[in-house]
Design a protein around this ligand. Structure first.
Ligand code: FAD
Ligand code: FES
Length: 339
């Protein structure tokens, strides 16, 4: 059975099957709503049900609290419609420019840039015009209809080849294969572009916060700014445990000479390295120290769930960052591996 969903304040409408989650139905209908993981772990797809009935599905308490449920909130990647609906979602638009497609790709480069990080380059079929927004991710399609998400690290301007930064997960099935058996010229199938982590238009100063391989979509955003002439003040904070975790440190430093108002601040959480004279501690705390007032900024955060959650809470509470100025992508587990 199909129901009609109206999204406010955009006024957009779409049909939603009762057996499909509300996010997937929106994507099927060519609508863009905010989302990240698509499995209930990041909270990016939260919306409020103003009228109508939904089944909240498997929404975990960590992403949708009891108080939020009482206020009518739902995770759209988990909730299914049980009647026609009116829902409230902060950003909604028609997705005509960046259609989600499934494509084959061929491995072009496998470069070990740290003990546990590989830079992977994949080539797309010459006949395909794959378009994405800097900051978005793709899903590699693996055996058994399963998928693994990775952010695109190259700029959309470099058509035909995509760069990805892959951190090895101990015992990880897919990342283990990438490190141990993947070869140049192997085929990888993927679906994309996905997610709503991309640079919003405007002229507000930007703070970019990356944790580990969370640097990947941030690199895409900065290289897109360089290639397309977007000139806004940017402060990039890149956090890692030790120096090897800043696996493209020289590249990040070089952007200071390319963008006119760009500052790069590397932050190490392990302060035992005597050769390190830079910032130490949690990367988002360095931002809190440097920016007591973020009320007129946009902040883009990418990395592990704990880092993203702490940044969201502390920047709002201690730096007056409005919710509308916070954008994040959370590197959570795949749905079939969450434990
Ligand atoms: C939107 C999005 C974008 C992402 N982009 C990137 C990226 O650009 N670069 C990158 O390196 N990673 C990225 N990730 C994380 C990446 O998808 C996972 O690390 C990957 O799915 C692990 O797959 P696997 O098969 O190797 O591990 P699995 O076999 O699925 O997992 C093995 C075990 O490891 C643990 N585990 C799984 N994933 C993680 C994790 N991320 N962190 C800690 N423990 C984990 C779980 O306990 C699991 O049981 C992204 C995730 C999301 C949701
Ligand atoms: S919780 Fe729904 S997209 Fe992450």
């Amino acid at each position: 059975m199909s129901f009609q969903v109206k999204v406010q304040p955009s006024g957009l409408q779409y049909p939603a099957d009762e057996a499909e989650n509300l996010l997937q139905s929106a994507l099927n209908a060519g609508l863009n709503l905010p989302y990240g993981c698509r499995n209930g772990s990041c909270g990016a797809c939260k919306g409020r049900v103003v009228e109508g009935e939904v089944d909240l599905g498997d929404a975990p308490e960590t992403s949708l609290s009891a108080a939020e449920r009482d206020e009518g909130y739902a995770l759209l990647c988990c909730a299914q419609p049980r009647s026609d609906l009116l829902i409230e979602v902060r950003e909604a638009s028609r997705n005509t420019d960046f259609p989600i497609v499934k494509l084959p790709s061929r491995v072009q480069l496998i470069e070990r840039v740290a003990d546990d990080v590989i830079v992977l380059k994949i080539k797309l079929p010459p006949s395909e015009n794959f378009r994405f927004q800097a900051g978005q991710y793709l899903d590699f399609l693996i055996a058994g209809g399963r998928r693994r998400s990775f952010s695109i690290a190259s700029a959309p301007e470099h058509a035909g080849e995509l760069e990805l930064h892959i951190r090895r997960i101990p015992g990880g099935e897919f990342t283990g294969q990438i490190f141990d058996s993947l070869k140049v010229r192997d085929l990888l199938r993927f679906e994309g572009p996905l997610g709503s982590f991309y640079l919003r238009e405007g002229d507000k100063p930007i703070v970019l916060i990356a944790g580990g391989t969370g640097f990947a979509p941030i690199k895409s955003i900065v290289e897109h700014m360089i290639a397309s002439g977007i000139r806004r003040p940017v402060a990039l904070y890149w956090g890692a445990r030790d120096l090897s975790g800043l696996y493209l440190d020289a590249l990040a430093r070089s952007w200071e000479g390319v963008l006119p108002d760009f500052r790069y601040v590397p932050v190490l959480s392990d302060s035992s390295d005597a050769s390190w004279s830079g910032r130490t501690g949690l990367v988002h705390r360095a931002v809190v120290e440097d920016f007591p007032d973020l009320s007129a900024h946009e902040v883009y955060v990418c990395g592990a769930p704990a880092m993203v959650d702490a940044a969201r809470a502390d920047l709002a509470a201690q730096c007056a960052l409005p919710e509308t100025g916070f954008f994040a992508d959370t590197f959570s587990f795949a749905a079939d591996s969450a434990s």
